[in-house]
Structures are given as structure tokens and as C-alpha cells.
Design a protein around this ligand. Structure first.
Ligand code: SF4
Ligand code: SF4
Length: 445
């Protein structure tokens, strides 16, 4: 069962419905003046966190103190973390700060792109479409809503997983006890935290914890503000020697399309992704060979745990990329060669299976009956999706009613008896919505 990384602080939540309106999978309901998440529908995209004006939504993380439980403390840091900082702080200076937080080994997540490209050059079929599996929020969405597209997913492990494997292999080769190695991922992404905290997942096997990027940023920034220049006596730089220019841009929009010579396209932002997947499901013939989908605007630079303006962050990445080589350097190549067998044996993920969003009933005939009921109830509701009932749309209220999770009494419009109020509402929504279905002026409570 997928872990959920978001929680709503009921003491802070006002039930204002901002989150409910933004949720792309209609996973939020308002009850008793507070928002609640239907965990089966949530894909951990974090859009609700962005939408909440009261700061009531929190993203879980591994307590920072967990890091000190391990003798070898490995940070897998994506390039976008370094891009959170203004140019006044150099990459080595930031690396030094991360080490001063207690990490003994530092790997750039994007080095994993070079490892992947080296060990398994991407083969895009000449016909048919391959969809990137990189963004975990999109992958969960496909599992839930577009299961027919699961066949088209690429199964290569994401670069962060590859580097977690690489780091462990290098440190084990030093003769270190496996139990004393802790690998932590600095993440901009609520969906990644959910993966890492899901028992039995690949991520929970490869990472001992996730550090939220905003937390790590604040800690590093605090160190940097009291250590204005790098200390030459302290180690800086990555344990693993960097990456190529194209690898560095992997998490930006079109980053994965770089190097795909066939027809490739990128779509970012969840509502665009959903629009496009709807079209694909309707058998739109795109002639595309590769499709990159990012839940966040501007890719991971727009991740919910980032702190900097996403355009500035991506600009910093592009600037950094200009100073990097276009080909693997010898140091990188040598280390890849050394551990290639270990990585090669575990480079592919299992194909994800469909996950049911709404459980109507464990009994199939009852489930079909409830689905039919929900369609009838939806026809009876006004269809104006006002949200006053605490569900995002009339259709979701109808589904909740059919599953005995809500009552038709929650529909405020159906309960209106005052002709003056009805007249006012019909000026806004028209007579058709208000006169449709059950409403006939009689008491429906
Ligand atoms: S994380 Fe995304 S899917 Fe889950 S409740 Fe928030 S907006 Fe909805
Ligand atoms: S675009 Fe990046 S940060 Fe956003 S959900 Fe996907 S992987 Fe996470």
C-alpha cells in the first residue's frame, strides 16, 4: 500500500476548499470544517500544498537526527538543490556545507544519467511510444487513471536510484559493514518521499531516508551565512566526480528528450499532463517516439519543496551546465567500469501494475450496482460543481453517496426552498441546473 507523505493539520485547516479545488485527482473532501484526503485517490503531487493559503498541509520527512545513526552518511543530491542558491555561493562551497551538516559522502543524482547512458544506451523503438517513468507523481497517475498506458512506460531506474546503488557498492568495496551505511535523498518532491516511505518499494530498499529540500536548504544556508568563504582545510566537491552537461539538465523540462534523436516531446504541469494523457487514451496518433511528463511546472525546479523561483533555478542549472564536459571524463568512466556489473544486474524496475482508485465494493456485482447508482444520483444533482457540499464536483458527491460515504442532504442547492434565493441562483447558473433532476421545490432533506 502506497504511503502518503502529506498530512493536513486539523488545527490550522479552515476547510476553505482551496486545496479541494486544485487537487487533480479529486482526492479531497471537506468534513466538519476541515479538509480530509481520500488516500486511495491521492498521488502525492503536492498541488494542494501549493494551494493552501493557511499553511495547513505538511510533508513528512525523515527527522534529520536519523542521519547520525549511520557511520557512513551518504547524501544523494539532485542538481536542482544547488540551483536553489544564488551565484554568490559556489558549488564546492555548498558541497562543503552539506558535509559540515554531517554527511561523509556526497553523490550528485545526475551522475546516474551518465551511468545509465553508459550501461544501457536508450533504445527508442522506431514505431510506438515510450513514456518516461521518471516523475513518480505522473507514474502514480498513470497507474490509477490510464492503466492501458502502463505498457508504454520505460523501465529504466531513475538516476537517483542508480547513484544510491553506486554509492553503496563503492563504500562496501572499502570493507565497510552494510548496516552502517545510510543513504539519504535530498528531494524537491512529495511523491518521492511517499515512494521512499512505502514499505517494500525499491526506494525503501535503496534509501534509508528522504531529506526535504527546503529543510536542507535552510540548514545549508545557515551554515553559509556564518562561513562566507570556503574553508581550504575542509573537503569539498563530490565523492563521485560530477556529470556531463546534458546529464545535469535531466530534471529540467525536455531534459530527458536531450539525446533522443527520434521524435520526442515534453509536457509539464499536472493539468497539461492530464489533458495530454486523456488525448492519448482516446487513441490520438501523435507519431511521437518518446514522451516526457513532469507533474510540476518547469520540471523539478517547480517541485513543492523547492524554495527558489523555478525559472531562476533552471537558469542557474543551464549556466552550470556550460562549464561541464559534453563527454564522460576518464575519472567518471573508470569508476563506472569498476562497478558496472553490480549496476547492470539491477537497472530495470518491475513494470508498475494498475492501482484501483475508488474501491466501490469488494463484491463485483455490488460494485457495478453502486456505480450505476452513482450515475443516477449524478443526473439528479445540479451539475454546477459549487463545492459547498464538501466534494469538489457533483459527480464526486454522487460517487461518495453511492459508496455510503456522503448524503444527498449535503447538496445545498437541492435544499433551497426560498424562491427569492432560487431566483438569485438561477441568474448565476441558469434555470436548467437548478430545475434539473431532484429539485422540484419540495424538501429533500
Ligand atoms: S497531493 Fe495531489 S493528489 Fe494528493 S490530495 Fe494533494 S493535490 Fe490531491
Ligand atoms: S516534476 Fe519532479 S519534483 Fe515534480 S513531482 Fe515530478 S519528479 Fe517530483
Amino acid at each position: 500500500m502506497m504511503h502518503h507523505s502529506l498530512t493536513i493539520d486539523q488545527d490550522v485547516c479552515w476547510g476553505c476548499t482551496h486545496c479541494m479545488k486544485q487537487c487533480p485527482t479529486q482526492a479531497i473532501r471537506i468534513h466538519d470544517g476541515h479538509a480530509h484526503v481520500l488516500s486511495g485517490l491521492c498521488i502525492n503531487c503536492g498541488q494542494c500544498l501549493h494551494a493552501c493559503p493557511h499553511g495547513a498541509i505538511r510533508i513528512e520527512q525523515t527527522p534529520f537526527g536519523e542521519v547520525t545513526r549511520y557511520a557512513r552518511r551518504v547524501a544523494i543530491v539532485p542538481a536542482i538543490f544547488f540551483a536553489q542558491f544564488p551565484d554568490t555561493y559556489t558549488i564546492p562551497h555548498i558541497c562543503q556545507a552539506i558535509r559540515q551538516l554531517g554527511f561523509t559522502d556526497l553523490y550528485l543524482a545526475e551522475s546516474g544519467v551518465d551511468v545509465l547512458n553508459q550501461l544501457s544506451p536508450r533504445i527508442i523503438p522506431k514505431t510506438g511510444l515510450t513514456i518516461s517513468n521518471y516523475c513518480p507523481a505522473v507514474m502514480k497517475l498513470i497507474q490509477m487513471r490510464y492503466p492501458l498506458l502502463l505498457e508504454d512506460l520505460t523501465l529504466r531506474r531513475p538516476p537517483s536510484q542508480i547513484m544510491a546503488m553506486f554509492a553503496r557498492a563503492e563504500i562496501l568495496a572499502e570493507g565497510v559493514d552494510a548496516q552502517t551505511i545510510g543513504v539519504f535523498y535530498f528531494t524537491p518532491c512529495a511523491a518521492k518521499i511517499a515512494q521512499i516511505k512505502t514499505t517494500g518499494s525499491d526506494e525503501s530498499r535503496l534509501f534509508q531516508g528522504a531529506i526535504n529540500m527546503d529543510t536542507a536548504y535552510n540548514k545549508v544556508r545557515e551554515y553559509l551565512s556564518s562561513h562566507k568563504t570556503p574553508d581550504p582545510s575542509l573537503p569539498d566537491g563530490f565523492t563521485f566526480p560530477g556529470c556531463t552537461a546534458s546529464a545535469l539538465l535531466w530534471s529540467t523540462v525536455k531534459g530527458e528528450c536531450i539525446g533522443v534523436t527520434e521524435r520526442a516531446m515534453a509536457v509539464d504541469e499536472m493539468h497539461n499532463v492530464i489533458d495530454f494523457l486523456e488525448q492519448l487514451e482516446e487513441d490520438e496518433n501523435t507519431n511521437l517516439n518518446f514522451l516526457e511528463l513532469d507533474a510540476c511546472a518547469e520540471g523539478c525546479a517547480g517541485g513543492v519543496l523547492t524554495v527558489r523561483n523555478r525559472f531562476l533555478a533552471n537558469e542557474r542549472l543551464r549556466h552550470w551546465a556550460q562549464s561541464l564536459p559534453s563527454e564522460l571524463d576518464d575519472a567518471l568512466q573508470e569508476r563506472i567500469d569498476q562497478y558496472q556489473d553490480i549496476i547492470r544486474n539491477d537497472m530495470e524496475m518491475e513494470r508498475p501494475i494498475p492501482s484501483e482508485a475508488l474501491v466501490w465494493d469488494t463484491d463485483t456485482s455490488k460494485a457495478i450496482h453502486k456505480m450505476e447508482n452513482s450515475r443516477m444520483i449524478a443526473n439528479a444533482l445540479p451539475g454546477i460543481d459549487c463545492g459547498l457540499c464538501g466534494a469538489p464536483t457533483c459527480r464526486t458527491l454522487a460517487e461518495d453517496i453511492a459508496r455510503s460515504e456522503a448524503s444527498i442532504r449535503q447538496c445545498v442547492v437541492l435544499k433551497l426552498k426560498d424562491p427569492k434565493l432560487m431566483n438569485q441562483l438561477s441568474k448565476i447558473w441558469g434555470d436548467r441546473s437548478l430545475g434539473k433532476g431532484l429539485y422540484n421545490g419540495s424538501d429533500v432533506s
